[in-house]
Design a protein around this ligand. Structure first.
Ligand code: GLN
Length: 564
């Protein structure tokens, strides 16, 4: 028996666990549903935590192609995780980390490492019990920190890959007791136009599949276009052996922040606390009600262009998309986002593609493809005085653009795409003090292609009176990073003399974290990813101020532009 379970059985830990599985097909919004459940339970005064169990073999999503897998979400502790952790953090007040996302690869890696070390004393190492025990241990390592742990299993029931996870969570109900575990299954109830009705068969099959591996769901979340009436719920209830009140309509919504309220209206949280025998107050949902009212009644609308590589899909910028929406909410404006292929900007020039926008943004990115188009877009934003926000790569390229055009450093570039460059204003720093690990990091450009990104939360001190200083209203902030290259201090003075404002640095001044250009409505680039910390109920200050500047630009209002 694992350590976590032993403590549990002694009554030292009283955490309740909700397992969420998915059926029929992927992309039904399991992550958002899990996050919304977290929001509802938090609104009842419960302490919650989350974990995502991903069945793929990669040890973590850090090296996975974001166009296949969606955004890589970065946590405070520097873990590169599944984007669902972003939903969990956005909908609730939790802060998650490395232990809140496990893949099959990581589980197997742990077991194989133990086997090589001789921990299994020559025994035959098997999926059951060794892999399943490792999974249970991973779950029990995070669950006890909260009243309720919400554990989402990636993939769809029936996948070969997810079987060990399914088996582990099946066992946990026996280990922990009936009242401590609740299984929620998310399925699809499609509306078939030609028949004019919704169909329950896919749900029936999916539940049948789940039951064949020993899991009887307690609650069904039915994703559907149409509201499910009592007759449909009764039918699903009968075929799936779930009480009619436990069949919950998860109807499609215009905005994902409506989901907690909709699930509450369907009685989901009542059902959960009943199943798990938890006594709580009624949920306080006023903040969510106000939020939804704001979303539905914007006073204006701004159009923002995100300039990226043509392959950049919405999914790979999930947090950015949300953070911009939050910035809009803070200003009561709707934010319309257009994704613009930077290679088109290169080919067609910026005017036809960008002149109608109220704000231009270059997001994080890697590699040389499309870089010159992004730089053109930045130049256009700077010269035409259109609000500009550069994030990570978008900050580095803004420095390059400024160096070339304003500071007259011809050929200024980054070592990332031109290692032998004469003027690498962005480069691989050879030696620096790392605040997170409290160590001096040394590296050389040849030896260090793949590894050592600066990952996770780092301190940054701000210059008062600058755009950043005003936005945060604090002297020192913490923000999350995911990059290899840095601002090159050999060019610092030259760039500053030409008018580049450095408004945020590491506390020792060594790492440039934020740059600005003044005499411009709003031009800011940051080396970190502020989008990872924005929440709908607490929009990030930089996104709030950026969207405000975009609105002012649209309305033709003068903006002080952070002049000191
Ligand atoms: N490619 C750049 C670097 O590694 C920027 C990374 C990013 O935008 N996340 O430094």
């Amino acid at each position: 028996m694992t350590l976590g379970l032993a403590r549990y059985n002694k009554g030292l830990v009283k955490t309740k666990i909700i397992f969420i599985t998915g059926g029929v097909l992927s992309s039904l919004g399991k992550g958002v549903a899990a996050a919304a459940i977290g929001a509802l339970l938090e609104a009842r005064g419960l302490r919650i935590t989350f974990q995502k169990l991903d069945p793929y073999i990669n040890v973590d999503p850090g090296t996975m192609n974001p166009f296949q897998h969606g955004e890589v979400y970065v946590t405070e502790d520097g873990a590169e995780t599944d984007l669902d952790l972003g939903h969990y953090e956005r909908y609730t007040s939790v802060t998650l980390g490395q232990e809140h996302n496990f893949t099959s690869g990581r589980i197997y890696h742990n077991v194989i490492t133990k086997e090589r070390r001789g921990d299994y004393l020559g025994g035959t190492v098997q999926v059951i019990p060794h892999i399943t025990d490792e999974i249970k241990q991973a779950i029990m390592a995070v669950a006890p920190s909260a009243d309720v742990a919400i554990i989402e299993i990636g993939g769809t029931v029936g996948d070969i890959e997810s079987l060990p996870f399914m088996e582990a969570i099946r066992q946990l109900k026996g280990d922990l007791g009936k009242e401590n575990v609740c299984y929620i299954h998310l399925t699809l109830v499609p509306f078939i136009k030609s028949a004019g009705e919704v169909k329950t068969k896919p749900t029936q099959h999916s539940v049948k599949e789940l039951r064949s591996i020993g899991i009887q769901p307690d609650i069904l979340l039915c994703r559907t276009e149409k509201f499910l009436g009592p007759d449909i719920k009764a039918k699903i209830s009968l075929f799936c052996n779930v009480e009619p009140q436990a069949v919950i309509t998860a109807q499609d919504v215009d905005n994902i922040y409506e989901i907690p309220l909709l699930l509450h209206q369907e009685g989901l949280d009542d059902r959960l606390v009943e199943t798990l025998n938890i006594w709580t107050r009624a949920p306080r949902l006023e903040v969510w009600e106000k939020l939804v009212a704001r979303i539905k009644n914007p006073k204006d609308r701004v159009e923002i262009g995100i300039v990226g590589k043509y392959v950049d899909l919405r999914e790979s910028y999930k947090s950015l998309h949300e953070a911009l929406v939050h910035g809009g909410l803070a200003n009561e404006v709707q934010v319309a986002l257009t994704y613009i292929d930077s290679e088109r900007v290169e080919r067609e020039g910026p005017v036809s593609l960008l002149s109608h926008l109220h704000g231009i943004l270059v997001p994080g990115g890697f590699g040389v493809r499309g870089v010159e188009g992004k730089i053109l877009a930045i130049r256009y934003a700077r010269e035409q005085k259109i609000p500009y926000f550069g994030i990570c790569f978008g900050m580095q390229l803004a420095v390059i653009e400024f160096a070339r055009q304003v500071a007259a450093i011809p050929g200024a570039t980054s070592e990332e795409f031109f290692p032998e460059a004469e003027h690498p204003v962005i480069y691989l720093m050879r030696e620096w003090y790392d605040y997170r690990t409290d160590a001096i990091i040394r590296r050389d450009s040849a030896a260090d292609k793949g590894g050592t990104m600066r990952l996770g939360s780092y301190p940054c001190v701000l210059t008062p009176g600058t755009l950043a200083g005003v936005a945060y209203g604090e002297a020192k902030i913490m923000e999350r990073h995911r990059h290899r290259y840095e601002f090159n201090n050999s060019y610092r003075e030259q760039l500053q003399n030409a008018g580049l404002v450095i408004s945020g640095t590491s506390p020792n001044g060594e790492l440039v974290e934020i740059i600005e250009i003044h005499n411009h409505p709003w031009f800011l680039g940051c080396q970190f990813h502020p989008e990872f910390k924005s929440r709908p109920l607490k929009p990030h200050p930089l996104f709030r101020d950026y969207i405000r500047a975009c609105l002012e630009y649209k309305l033709g209002l003068p903006h002080p532009g952070g002049e000191i």
